[in-house]
Design a protein around this ligand. Structure first.
Ligand SMILES: [Zn+2]
Length: 131
């Protein structure tokens, strides 16, 4: 079952909400840090552009305090791109359809449940040896 238009717009709204929330948190973190000058990057961010400029610009700052957020922001921007390209909801490994239920829980999911499990199994042991 491919996603219906109303399912896609529901997921899109979820993504937008997450996106706003993340930007809000990044903004907070920047304001409380020595990096207030970067807050304008967020204020300048067009609310509904679908381009990846904000995530990339924030990633370029390379600030540890917003690292995790930046990863999620770029994920969401990439997901919005997939929605526009019509590739959203398709597993990047097996090209099968990702369950709507799964997308509701993880709107940025790139893999179906089976492939995600496989992926985690494959990479779980490589991890990060410096930790
Ligand atoms: Zn798959």
């Amino acid at each position: 079952m491919a996603l219906t238009n109303s399912q896609v717009s529901k997921l899109q709204r979820k993504l937008d909400q997450q996106y706003e929330l993340l930007l809000e948190e990044v903004r907070d973190a920047l304001e409380k840090s020595e990096n207030q000058q970067y807050v304008e990057l967020i204020d300048r961010a067009p609310a509904d552009s679908g381009d990846q400029a904000t995530g990339d610009a924030l990633a370029d700052l390379n600030l540890a305090i917003i690292d995790r957020h930046v990863g999620e922001i770029r994920d969401i921007e990439a997901t919005k791109g997939r929605i526009e390209d019509g590739g959203y909801g398709t597993c990047c490994d097996c090209a099968g359809e990702i369950d709507y239920e799964r997308l509701l829980a993880y709107p940025t999911a790139k893999r179906c449940f089976t492939c995600q499990r496989q992926h985690e199994k494959t990479y779980a042991h490589e991890g990060n040896p410096t930790l």
